[in-house]
Design a protein around this ligand. Structure first.
Ligand SMILES: *Cc1c(COP(=O)(O)O)cnc(C)c1O
Length: 371
């Protein structure tokens, strides 16, 4: 059997940038708590995406949690959330004892449908915040979505965990709303082994997020707390990995684009295969290359055939409103997200893949069409 090919796995720089920053932290004994790497990683990431400020946190999930808190979401509040996403987008709504209302996808973007969002606003005019996701590195239709949210004057949180390096009309995803969050989990386009970042133009709110993330310690010699605290800060070692990875982000985006184009060229003509949407406003990072199938060959046929060759692939996210844990919450829309789940496959998109690896994947898939 050939060597294992992953969907998307960690890829450190050839230059060893990560080790240089980590070594510096070790040499100065500043492995914890905070330190130069954390401060610089925040500045470097904020500059990269074009945001005023950033707070380095222990996960993307933690960043969503504190973004909700910063937006004033609390017990009993309603939050709109795309149904087609990873559960980490929705879980923090429950952490805050708030109530998610799930919004269907737009087949044009695979992300939150602006019309369904509008409908949700008319049903729940007292909604407290809206979370928008940029799935698989495709941007949501931000002009339309921001237009609707501005009309109702509701804060927007962008879950850009999968879209670092993705631009919508020349502006980086995660910088349209009041808060944006990124993830550096092991499968993301760059990784720190685990970690997250919250960005915002409102430096006061970002400072508040740092405060909450370090146990809400008031300014006093003794330990004084007037608010609930969290242990959500990133360590100085982890931030060193992040600084090194950020240096190769553009290269990773380039390789993800190469992978997408390879699949598109080799598989695009097969009957019943459609690729993820391509909008002219969008400069995607192509975190994962995804397809949908409308013919006889089903997603499981492809996933099984690849698995038999030691190659990892996955179905598209299962919508939240049909998840056992979340199905009791309301859903606004039709069946777009369910169709994407039924018909979608995420193809291996690991940036360490060689042309031979890509050829192996394509050969297995084409084989199904020859039977
Ligand atoms: C990965 C991911 C998250 C969570 O990030 P972590 O850093 O793993 O906590 C949130 N939302 C989406 C869409 C993700 O893909």
């Amino acid at each position: 059997m050939g060597k294992q090919i992953f969907l998307s796995s960690p890829h450190m720089s050839d230059e060893g940038y990560e080790m240089d920053f980590v070594k510096e932290a070790f040499d100065t004994n500043w492995i914890a708590p905070l330190g130069t790497n954390v401060n610089e990683f925040e500045k470097e990431l904020a500059a990269k995406v074009g945001s005023n400020d950033a707070a380095a946190l222990s996960s993307g999930t933690g960043a969503i949690h504190l973004a909700l808190k910063a937006a004033g979401v609390g017990e009993g509040d309603i939050v709109f959330c795309p149904t087609l996403t990873f559960s980490a987008t929705a879980n923090p709504i429950i952490y805050q004892n708030a109530i998610p209302v799930f919004i269907d996808s737009d087949s044009k973007t695979w992300n939150m449908c602006p019309e369904a969002l509008e409908e949700a606003f008319s049903k729940y005019p007292n909604v407290k915040a809206v979370i928008v996701v940029h799935l698989y590195g495709l941007s949501a239709d931000m002009d339309k979505i921001m237009g609707v949210c501005k009309k109702y004057n509701v804060p927007v949180i962008e879950d850009a965990a999968e879209s670092l390096g993705t631009y919508y009309k020349g502006k980086h995803t995660g910088t349209f709303g009041d808060y944006g969050i990124f993830s550096f989990n092991g499968n993301k386009i760059i990784t720190t082994s685990g970690g997250g970042m919250l960005v915002s133009n409102d430096s006061e709110r970002v400072e508040k997020v740092r405060f909450w993330a370090t146990q809400s310690r008031d300014k006093a010699r003794h330990y004084q707390h007037s608010e609930l605290g969290f242990n959500y800060r990133m360590s100085n070692v982890v931030a060193g990995i992040g600084r090194g990875q950020l240096k190769v982000l553009d290269k990773r985006v380039e390789k993800k684009n190469y992978i997408y184009n390879y699949y598109h060229k080799e598989l695009g003509m097969l009957d019943g295969i459609n690729f993820m949407p391509n909008n002219n406003w969008d400069k995607p990072n192509y975190w994962l290359s995804c397809i949908t199938l409308i013919g006889e060959i089903r997603p499981n046929d492809i996933i099984d055939a690849l698995q038999a060759e030691n190659i990892e692939s996955r179905p598209v996210w299962k919508p939240m409103h049909i998840q056992p844990f979340f199905e009791k919450y309301d859903f606004v829309g039709t069946n777009v997200s369910e169709k994407l789940f039924e018909n979608g496959v995420c193809l291996p998109s690991d940036t360490k893949m060689t042309d031979e690896d890509l050829y192996r994947v394509v050969k297995v898939i084409k084989g199904l069409w020859l039977q």
